[in-house]
Design a protein around this ligand. Structure first.
Ligand SMILES: [Zn+2]
Length: 181
C-alpha cells in the first residue's frame, strides 16, 4: 500500500498516533514518512519542534523576572539583616546572610562573590550614616567588623549554592552556560 504523506500531514497525525487513536493506515503512513524524514522522526520521538525559537525567549524572560525577584529578596534580606545588627535579634543573621548569598548567587552566579559584599557594604554604610536602625551609629571599625562577619556568612551561602549547582545541576548547567556566555 503506497500512502506517502507530506510533513504537514505527518505532523497532524503524530499526536493521533501517539495517543493511539489513529487508524492503522495513518500510523503506517506516519511510520513510513518518519523513516525517511529526520525532522518528523524527531517530533515523533518526542523531541521539541525543530523550528521553535520561542521557548528560549520565554525562558530568558522568565529568567530575567526570576533574577529581579532574587535581587529584590536579597536586598530585603540584607536590609532586615542589617536592621538587627544592634539588637538581640542579631543572631538571625546566621540564617539571613547565607540566604542572601544564595539569592545573590541565583541572580549573579559567580559574580555574586563580588556583587553581594559590595551591596552589603554600601547598604551598611548608608543605613548607618542615616541612623536608620539605631540612634547610636557604629564607628568605622565596628561597621567594618560587622560587614566582614556578614560577608563571611554570605560567602558561606554562595559556596553552598555553588556546590548544590555543581552537584545537582550538571545536566542543565551545560545548556545554561551556552545561553549565558
Ligand atoms: Zn517530514
Amino acid at each position: 500500500m503506497s500512502n506517502e504523506i507530506n510533513c504537514e500531514i505527518c505532523r497532524d497525525l503524530i499526536p493521533l498516533v501517539k495517543d493511539g487513536v489513529a487508524s492503522a493506515d495513518s500510523e503506517a503512513a506516519v511510520r513510513q514518512h518518519t523513516s525517511g524524514c529526520s525532522e518528523c522522526a524527531g517530533l515523533f520521538d518526542g523531541e521539541a519542534v525543530p523550528n521553535a525559537p520561542e521557548p528560549p525567549k520565554v525562558l530568558k524572560r522568565v529568567k530575567r523576572w526570576l533574577n529581579c525577584i532574587y535581587i529584590v529578596l536579597m536586598v530585603l534580606g540584607l536590609y532586615v539583616g542589617l536592621s538587627v545588627t544592634s539588637s538581640i535579634d542579631l543572631f538571625y543573621n546566621v540564617l539571613i546572610m547565607p540566604v542572601a548569598g544564595v539569592l545573590g548567587y541565583l541572580a549573579f552566579r559567580w559574580k555574586s562573590v563580588f556583587i553581594v559584599p559590595v551591596i552589603l557594604l554600601v547598604m551598611n554604610i548608608i543605613t548607618n550614616a542615616l541612623g536608620l536602625f539605631s540612634a547610636e551609629r557604629l564607628g568605622f571599625s565596628e561597621l567594618m567588623m560587622w560587614t566582614i562577619i556578614y560577608i563571611l556568612f554570605i560567602a558561606a551561602g554562595i559556596v553552598i549554592a555553588m556546590l548544590f549547582r555543581f552537584a545537582f545541576g550538571k545536566h542543565s548547567s551545560g545548556k545554561e552556560s551556552k545561553n549565558e556566555r
